[in-house]
Design a protein around this ligand. Structure first.
Ligand SMILES: Cc1cc2nc3c(=O)[nH]c(=O)nc-3n(C[C@H](O)[C@H](O)[C@H](O)COP(=O)(O)O)c2cc1C
Length: 215
C-alpha cells in the first residue's frame, strides 16, 4: 500500500499561468477558472465543491467539503447550520480558508480571509429556492451533534414534515450563509517536473498586490 502510494505520480502539462494572463485583481481570474472548471470537470455540479478550514477555540484546525453558493465583489458565500461544529469554530475564530481543486484542469485555488454571516434576507432568499427536502432537512438535522442511529434522523424528519404539513417551512434561525471576505487568493497551475505556477494576490490597504510564489 505504502509502496503503491509512493509510485503514484502524475506530471502536469496541461496549461500554464503567466503574469500576462492574470488580471490586476483576482475575482475575474477566479470567475474565469471557475467557468472552465464547470465545463471541464467530470461532474460539473462538483466544480463548486471546496474544502473549508476553520480553527477552534483551542487553535486546532478542522476542514470539510462544502459547496460554494455565491460569489460577488464582497466574497465567497456558502450555507450551513450556524450551530454546527464549523459554526461554533467561526464564532470562536472568524478566520477561515477554502481550497478548490480542479483536477482535470490541474488547478488549485486557495482563498483566505475573515468570515461573516450574510444577512437574514440573503439566507432566506437562498433557503426558499432549495428543494423541499433540503428545506425540511435544515430544520430536522442537528448538524454535527451525536445522534443515536439512522432511525433517529428519520424520526426527526418525520416530526418536521408533520410540523410543516400545512405550511411552507421558513428559513430556520440556526441555518444560513457565511461570506468569506478574501485577503489572499492563490492560483496554482500544475506544470511539468513540479515547476508549477503560483500567482498569489494579497489585499494590502484595500489594493490587490500580486506576486509569484516558488512551487
Ligand atoms: C460534496 C459535498 C458538499 C457538501 N456541501 C455542504 C454544504 O454546502 N453545507 C454544509 O453544511 N455541509 C456540506 N457538506 C457536508 C460537510 O462536509 C460537513 O459534513 C458538514 O457541514 C458538517 O461539518 P462540521 O461538523 O465541521 O460543521 C458537504 C459534503 C460534501 C462531501
Amino acid at each position: 500500500m505504502t509502496q503503491s502510494l509512493a509510485d503514484m505520480r502524475r506530471d502536469y502539462t496541461r496549461d500554464g499561468l503567466a503574469e500576462e494572463q492574470a488580471p490586476a485583481e483576482p475575482f475575474a481570474l477566479f470567475e474565469q477558472w471557475f467557468a472552465e472548471a464547470v465545463k471541464t470537470e467530470q461532474a460539473p455540479v462538483e466544480a463548486n465543491a471546496m474544502t473549508l478550514a476553520t480553527v477552534d477555540a483551542e487553535g486546532r484546525p478542522h476542514c470539510r467539503v462544502l459547496l460554494l453558493k455565491g460569489l460577488d465583489a464582497r466574497g465567497f458565500t456558502f450555507f450551513t447550520n450556524y450551530q454546527s461544529a464549523k459554526g461554533q469554530q467561526l464564532l470562536a475564530n472568524p478566520f477561515a480558508a477554502m481550497t478548490f481543486f480542479w483536477p482535470a484542469l490541474e488547478r488549485q485555488v486557495r482563498i483566505e480571509g475573515r468570515v461573516e454571516k450574510v444577512t437574514a434576507k440573503e439566507s432566506d432568499d437562498y433557503y426558499q429556492v432549495r428543494p423541499l427536502g433540503s428545506r425540511l432537512g435544515a430544520w430536522a438535522s442537528p448538524q454535527s451533534q451525536v445522534i443515536a442511529d439512522r432511525q433517529a434522523l428519520q424520526d426527526l424528519l418525520e416530526a418536521t414534515r408533520a410540523r410543516f404539513a400545512d405550511s411552507q417551512p421558513e428559513c430556520p434561525e440556526h441555518w444560513g450563509g457565511y461570506r468569506l471576505l478574501p485577503e489572499r487568493l492563490e492560483f496554482w497551475q500544475g506544470r511539468a517536473s513540479r515547476l508549477h505556477d503560483r500567482l498569489n494576490y494579497r489585499l494590502i490597504a484595500g489594493i490587490w498586490q500580486r506576486e509569484r510564489l516558488a512551487p
